[in-house]
Design a protein around this ligand. Structure first.
Ligand code: PLP
Length: 399
C-alpha cells in the first residue's frame, strides 16, 4: 500500500481536514467500477452522492465534453452562447417546467430558489419587504453556505459559523400538520427534500408530498423541492415527487445534471416565478457556460436513451428485496426508493463506518450517513449481475 500511503500523506499534509475519507485512493473509473492506485477494483455504491447516476466517464457525456472543449468553453453571460438554450430547452421539456436558471453547484441552486421565493413573496404575494418566511424541515440537507446552514438542524453544520440568516422556520419532516401550523401570512415558500438523503435516507409517510402540494396551493405559498440528490432517476422515477404527483412550483437539480463530469445545477420553475429575476438581480460567472451546458444536455439524453429511470425502478426493487432476504440480525431498518437505499444498523452493533470499511476490503465502496445508516446508491447503469455480486459481499458483512 506504499502508493496509497504516499497519496494520503500529501492530502493530510496539504488539504483542509473537512472530510474523513476511507483509506482508498482512486485512480480510474469506468461505469460502476473504480480502480485504486494499487490496481484493485471496486464497485462504486456511493456514486458521488448521486452525481454519477450515468456512471463514471459515460462515453456520450465525455464525448460532449471533448467536442465542446474543442470549440468554446466559457463565454460570458454578457454574450449568448450556442449551447445554453438547447440544454435548457431539453431540461424544461423533459422535466415539464417552463423555465430554468442554470448555476453550478447544488448549494447555488438552493440559494437561487431562496432568493426567488423571497422576491416572489414581495412582488407577487405582497409580503412586506424583509418579512418573508420560508419553512424548512428538520434534518434537512441543502448545502453548506452560511444561509443554508442557517436553517440546518444539524449542530455540527452550524457550530462556529454564525451569525446566521434569519427568516427560516423548521418543522418535523414528514409531519403535514406541523407544516400547516407553521404557515403564516408571511410564508413565501416551503423547501423540502422528497427523501432526505444526507439525513439518513429518510422517506416521509405516503401522502406527505401531496399534502404539501395542497397546502402550498391553498395558502399561496411556493412549494420548492430539492431533488439535487433524489432527482434524475435516482429513486426510480425521473423525480421522486412523481410518486405522489406532487409537482412543485420550484424544482432544484444538481449532481447528476452534470453527468458526473462537471458541476451543473439549475432552478426550474414557471414563467410567473422566474419572472421576478430582472437583469442584474442574480447571476453566476460559470452558470450556463458552454461546456457545462453541453455536458448537462448529454447527461439528460443518456438518462432517456438508456432508460435509466426504469432501470433504477426495477433494479432498485430487486436490490432492496435482496437486502431484505439477507435477514441480517444487525439491521434495524431498510429504507429507500429506487436505487437510493439506506440500511440502518442497530445501535447496539455500533456505527456504520466499520461496516463500510469491511465492504471496502471486499471491493464495495459505500459510506455511512448519519452514523448508523449505510447508503447504497450505485450508478443507475448497474446490472442485475453486479447487484448480485454486491449482495454476496453485503451479506458477508451483515451476517
Ligand atoms: C448535495 C446536495 C446539495 C448541495 O449540493 P452541492 O453541489 O454540494 O452544493 C443540496 N441538496 C441536496 C439534497 C444534496 O444532496
Amino acid at each position: 500500500m506504499a502508493r496509497t500511503d504516499e497519496f494520503i500523506r500529501d492530502v493530510e499534509r496539504y488539504s483542509a481536514n473537512n472530510y474523513y475519507p476511507l483509506p482508498i485512493v482512486i485512480e480510474k473509473g469506468e461505469g460502476v467500477w473504480v480502480y485504486d492506485v494499487e490496481g484493485k477494483r471496486y464497485l462504486d455504491m456511493l456514486s458521488a452522492y448521486s452525481a454519477l447516476n450515468q456512471g463514471h466517464r459515460h462515453p456520450k457525456i465525455i464525448g460532449a465534453l471533448y467536442e465542446q472543449a474543442a470549440k468554446v468553453t466559457l463565454t460570458s453571460r454578457a454574450f449568448h452562447n450556442e449551447t445554453m438554450g438547447s440544454f435548457l430547452k431539453t431540461l424544461c421539456q423533459m422535466a415539464g417546467f417552463e423555465k430554468a436558471l442554470p448555476m453550478n453547484t447544488g448549494a447555488e441552486a438552493v440559494e437561487t430558489a431562496l432568493k426567488a421565493a423571497r422576491k416572489w413573496g414581495l412582488v407577487k404575494k405582497g409580503v412586506p419587504e424583509n418579512q418573508g418566511e420560508i419553512i424548512v424541515c428538520d434534518n434537512n440537507f441543502h448545502g453548506r453556505t452560511v444561509t443554508i446552514v442557517s436553517f440546518s438542524t444539524e449542530e455540527q453544520y452550524r457550530y462556529g459559523f454564525g451569525p446566521f440568516t434569519p427568516g427560516f422556520i423548521s418543522v418535523p419532516f414528514g409531519d403535514a400538520d406541523a407544516l400547516e401550523k407553521a404557515i403564516t401570512k408571511n410564508t413565501v415558500a416551503i423547501l423540502a427534500e422528497p427523501i432526505q438523503g444526507e439525513g439518513g435516507v429518510l422517506v416521509p409517510p405516503e401522502g406527505y408530498l401531496a399534502k404539501m402540494r395542497q397546502l402550498a396551493t391553498e395558502h399561496n405559498v411556493l412549494m420548492m423541492l430539492d431533488e439535487i440528490q433524489t432527482g434524475l432517476g435516482r429513486t426510480g422515477k425521473l423525480f421522486a415527487y412523481q410518486y405522489e404527483d406532487a409537482k412543485p412550483d420550484v424544482l432544484l437539480l444538481g449532481k447528476a445534471l452534470g453527468g458526473g463530469v462537471y458541476p451543473v445545477s439549475a432552478m426550474l420553475s414557471s414563467d410567473d416565478v422566474m419572472d421576478v429575476f430582472k437583469p442584474g438581480d442574480h447571476g453566476s460567472t460559470f452558470g450556463g457556460n458552454p461546456l457545462g451546458s453541453a455536458v448537462g444536455k448529454a447527461a439528460l439524453e443518456v438518462l432517456e436513451e438508456e432508460n435509466l429511470v426504469e432501470q433504477a425502478f426495477t433494479l432498485g426493487r430487486y436490490f432492496k428485496e435482496g437486502l431484505e432476504k439477507i435477514k441480517s440480525p444487525l439491521v434495524a431498518e431498510i429504507r429507500g426508493k429506487g436505487l437510493l437505499i439506506g440500511v440502518e444498523i442497530k445501535k447496539e452493533h455500533g456505527k456504520a463506518r466499520p461496516f463500510c470499511e469491511r465492504l471496502m476490503e471486499l471491493g464495495l465502496l459505500c459510506k455511512e450517513t448519519h452514523d448508523y445508516t449505510i447508503r447504497f446508491a450505485p450508478p443507475l447503469t448497474i446490472t442485475k449481475e453486479e447487484i448480485d455480486w454486491s449482495l454476496e459481499r453485503i451479506a458477508q458483512v451483515l451476517k
